[in-house]
Design a protein around this ligand. Structure first.
Ligand SMILES: [Zn+2]
Length: 453
């Protein structure tokens, strides 16, 4: 009983309240600036690893179902097993409901609400798990499959199911690379009443890309699964194809699987502006590895997402004349503030000077390096160090700009350079103590940088 109460999850009303609270806190009660789905992405994907309560609840439900399926009959799971096996007699398949990724058309109204929700979460989970190889396709169930539909409805053909024609493997002739012939199907069915039309529907519903893959001779050895997989016996397997037992199934990994794939909008924006395809995987990865003060990393994160309140942005909202606080002459966009403004030219020269002395070669910096970072080629210690210095410089420019804006003072580049050196010093001194930094950076170069300041 206690277990079931736990699995009842959070009532909708409270779920919404908790959600609102978290998001209000995150954005200081101001309107959310970035889609929630993007915030819920991992840091390495451009998100902030925020919890998605919906997916958290679903992951618990999915684990719950997996536990019921994979346990001996006991008092805690008897009711659960009963509901999960509701269609087993009809179709002659164990845990039939759990082998479906779409049960539209099956009546589950008699099943208690929280089992219904859990089954649905499980069905969707099944649908989101990856298929990569020919064997994955052959192992797919034909019926109750979200990918195999006729007139947008999944198929449930009792006569096929009851005669063990259940997986694509059962209807595919591997020797001739085509569907098995009609006679074979006819012979296998006990109940032949609708067989012609049902067989035709099945063949029509198998997606073309499945058939294409089945006909191709893809080499299975080079394929490696990316995420979790569920085989036709309802075992969840990891990327090495090893079965994960229920108690080792991590909620975090389930959530990763059920999250909708989404790309942060800013990636399209910067790709369009600079007319190239940035390597965003590296960009987010590096941001996560810089390891300087959090406020600096967060600022760069906001720059990348283009949610910094530059005067240009405020102007678009009708809250500013848009003018740059440094030159008082042009519009303060991020590109202007960090690269184009003639007032920061000497600061950028200083940056190059720092780079040249630690890397002992002439580093060319273009606008996108100041906006996005330095990401060409392999991720090396030097690359990390360059991005560290650039992020700190941007933070210093931003703080100086804010100081001028709110104190109505004037811009002096000597101050920016002094602030940059101070900020670099305090960050590096802090970083050197962090054992993680010792594995990421070339400590000798960090020390060298300290000495040149
Ligand atoms: Zn300016």
């Amino acid at each position: 009983m206690g277990f079931e109460t736990e699995m009842r999850g959070i009532p909708e009303k409270y779920k919404k309240e908790v959600n609102d609270l978290i998001w209000k806190f995150l954005w200081d009660n101001k309107p959310n600036q970035i889609e929630r789905n993007v915030c819920c992405l991992n840091i390495n994907e451009g998100g902030m690893g925020m919890i998605n309560i919906d997916n958290f609840v679903k992951s618990k439900q999915i684990k719950f179902i997996y536990k019921i399926i994979n346990s001996e009959m006991d008092s805690w799971n008897a009711i659960g097993k009963h509901w999960l096996q509701k269609y087993d007699n009809k179709f002659g398949v164990d845990f039939f409901l759990c082998k479906c990724s779409d049960i539209k058309g099956l009546d589950i109204a008699s099943i208690p609400k929280y089992y219904q929700d859990a089954i649905q979460a499980w069905n969707n989970f099944l649908g989101s798990c990856s298929t990569e190889s020919k064997n994955d396709i052959l192992d797919k169930n034909i019926f109750g499959n979200s990918e195999i539909k006729f007139n947008r409805n999944p198929l449930f053909f009792q006569s096929f199911l009851r005669n063990n024609i259940f997986k694509i493997n059962d209807i595919w002739d591997k020797n001739n690379n085509t569907f098995v012939d009609n006679q074979t199907i006819f012979n296998r069915l006990d109940d032949k009443r609708n067989w012609i039309s049902e067989w035709a529907k099945i063949k029509k519903s198998i997606p073309e890309n499945f058939v294409k893959k089945l006909k191709s001779d893809d080499n299975e050895k080079i394929k490696k699964s990316l995420g979790l997989k569920i085989d036709s016996n309802l075992n969840i397997r990891n990327h090495n194809n090893k079965i994960i037992v229920p108690k080792e199934l991590k909620l975090k990994n389930i959530q990763k699987e059920i999250r909708k794939p989404i790309t942060p909008k800013c990636q399209f924006k910067w790709d369009t502006i600079y007319e190239k395809k940035f390597n965003w995987i590296s960009i987010w990865y590096i941001l996560n590895k810089i390891k300087c003060k959090q406020s600096i990393i967060q600022f760069q994160w906001k720059c990348l997402h283009n949610i910094v309140y530059s005067e240009y942005r405020l102007q678009k909202m009708g809250k500013s004349d848009g003018q740059c606080h440094f030159c008082k002459n042009e519009i303060e966009s991020l590109m202007h503030l960090f690269y184009r403004c003639h007032k920061i030219k000497h600061v950028l020269d200083e940056l190059k000077h720092i780079f040249n002395s630690i890397f002992e070669k002439n580093i060319v910096l273009v606008e996108e390096n100041l906006i996005i970072g330095v990401y060409e080629g392999e991720i090396t210690e030097n690359l990390l160090l360059m991005n560290l210095v650039i992020c700190i410089l941007k933070w210093v420019i931003w703080k100086t700009r804010n100081y001028i804006k709110y104190n109505k003072s004037t811009y002096r580049e000597a101050i920016v350079i002094t602030n940059l050196k101070n900020e670099l010093r305090s960050n590096i001194q802090m970083m050197i103590k962090n054992p993680e930094v010792r594995n990421l950076y070339n400590i000798r170069k960090l020390q060298l940088l300290l000495d040149t300041l």
